[in-house]
Design a binder for this molecule. Structure first.
Ligand code: C2O
Ligand code: CU
Length: 510
């Protein structure tokens, strides 16, 4: 279905107000419900899931160091909105169809509040998963100022819950950041970019079978889902009226599987100031930004002296990435900026020459290097199943870093796809990527490099929680495990992969 572009204004998600806040502590309540929301002017309203009646959910804004308590409440109907594959791990008929658990992506959190995939709960907490520990989650917000996001993480149905609408922004702010005088207030705008397929009655389409249906199954997971159209903050190809001045945009790829390569058709630079984990050392001027699912980049776009111009943000990332089809009419365009609002006051915000310190983690300080493969297999239905280090979700835990230990994880991608690899609890730095001979590795188990080691791109030189592991490459990351011990997960953030075995627990031990 072809939907006309730039007919709806960009919605800005509402800000979540705490129930109370005092002495550096705050308490919030967030309710998950099913409701209708307009995704496009020419379509009937869409039945979606969201938090506090909106998708994206309300933006949670906390101060660095604020001790926040959040009661996440499931008020969803008993029937799922989208087709469930009951053959997938954690989604068998022994559990209720509608299960939720919330993870704040990129936050460093005690494990009981981290949204472990088997810590799910149903409406009214009537049923809970085996790892459920508490109703009210606690966040210390030790992290520096950064753009995080919260989303559902229930085992075996994360792809469906997030696609139905369970995602929102979580921003950490700090005094250090305010001192920089970046564009702020109404000039600081989060952009949640997703791809969706909408039916003519407005409803969300999610496939119940792959292109080649699986014999013997009524519903089957697909290898990856790619939507036909792009939404930003829940609207199809919206426009935003801007003033001729600088804006700060927090770009988030919240798609199930689609990568985005974002660019402005004016040819102008975007000044990237932050990666997943907050401000970089200095801004980087870039013409395009590639974001895999879950990655964020914060940019300053300067519309000064552009009165009367329309600027379109485009997408040129193939799907699947990096060698799939190029985006078409519905997916090659993201949104439009209309420079047609009068300047309210002189723009005194700046793009500072230096932003923050990002102390380098040094490989010689690593206690341990783990070699972990990304693998491609077929299940007994002949479906693709991607694994981490050739292990299923249920296999015994093998990654058990010590609290406070620095480790290098060397990710060896033997599959034909790029995978966004995400670790809970920690921020890491990318050390390098290097081409290797996949065929000879599969025969001998020995990595033979076929190229030089490549440093991370300038846009990736900061704190990260998600890294693109390219096919045919070894990607090395370094991190220090802490400040919490306990049970966490690492996984591919292509939600169809994560839901079908490309996720593993890890435990930080004392
Ligand atoms: Cu965005 Cu495990 O999560
Ligand atoms: Cu993957």
């Amino acid at each position: 279905m072809v939907l006309s572009k730039f007919v709806d204004e960009l919605p800005i998600p509402p800000m979540l107000r705490p129930v109370w806040r005092r002495g550096g502590q705050s308490y919030y309540e967030v309710r998950m419900t099913q409701f209708r929301q307009s995704l496009h002017r020419d379509l009937p309203e869409t039945v979606v899931w969201g938090y506090n009646g909106s998708t994206p959910g309300p933006t949670i804004e906390v101060e660095s160091g604020e001790s926040a308590y959040i009661h996440w409440i499931n008020d969803l109907p008993e029937k799922h909105l989208l087709p469930i594959d009951h053959t997938v791990h954690g989604a068998h008929h022994d559990v209720p169809d509608v299960r939720t658990v919330v993870h704040v992506h990129g936050a460093s959190v005690e494990w009981e509040s981290d949204g472990y995939p088997e810590a799910w709960f149903t409406r009214g907490f009537q049923q809970v998963g085996p790892y459920f520990r508490k109703q009210v989650y606690h966040y210390d917000n030790f992290d520096r100022a950064c753009t995080l996001w919260y989303h559902d993480h229930a085992l075996g149905i994360t792809r469906l819950n997030v696609y139905a609408g369970l995602a929102g922004f979580y921003l950490i702010r700090s005094e250090q950041e305010r001192q920089l005088n970046l564009p702020s207030g109404e000039y600081d705008i989060p952009l949640m970019i997703q791809d969706k397929t909408l039916k003519s009655d407005g409803s969300l389409y999610y496939p119940d079978q792959p292109d080649k249906p699986v014999p013997g199954l009524k519903t089957s997971i697909v290898p990856e889902f790619f939507g036909e159209t792009i939404t930003v903050n829940g609207k199809v190809h919206p426009f935003l009226k801007v003033e001729p001045r600088k804006y700060r945009f927090r770009l988030l790829n919240a798609a199930n599987a689609r990568f985005f390569r974002l660019q402005l058709n004016s040819g102008q630079l975007m000044y990237q100031i932050a990666t997943d984990g907050g401000l970089m050392e200095q801004p980087v001027g870039v013409r395009s930004i590639t974001l895999s699912p879950a990655e964020r980049a914060e940019v300053i776009i300067d519309f000064t002296n552009m009165e009367g111009r329309d600027v379109v943000m485009t997408n040129s990332a193939p799907a699947p990435f990096p060698t799939g089809d190029m985006p078409d009419g519905g997916t090659a365009v993201v949104m439009q900026f209309r420079v047609n609002r009068p300047l309210q006051h002189i723009d005194t915000s700046v793009i500072p020459a230096t932003l923050s310190e990002v102390p380098k983690l040094l490989p010689q300080n690593a206690m341990m290097e783990r070699f972990l493969t990304l693998d491609h297999h077929l299940d007994h239905y002949g479906r693709e199943v991607m694994l981490l280090d050739n292990k299923h979700w249920d296999a015994a835990i093998t990654e058990n870093p010590r609290l406070g230990a620095t480790e290098i994880w060397t990710v060896i991608n033997t599959t034909p796809d790029a995978h966004p690899i995400h670790l809970h609890l920690v921020n890491f730095q990318i050390l390098d990527r290097r081409n290797f001979d996949v065929a000879s590795f599969q025969k001998t188990g020995i990595v033979t490099y076929t190229g030089e080691s490549e440093p991370p791109a300038p846009q990736e030189r900061g704190w990260k929680d998600t890294v693109i592991a390219n096919p045919g490459q070894v990607t090395r990351i370094i991190m220090t495990f802490g400040p919490y011990s306990g049970l966490f997960v690492w996984h591919c953030h292509i939600l169809e992969h994560e839901d079908y075995e490309m996720m593993r627990p890890f435990v930080v031990i004392i």
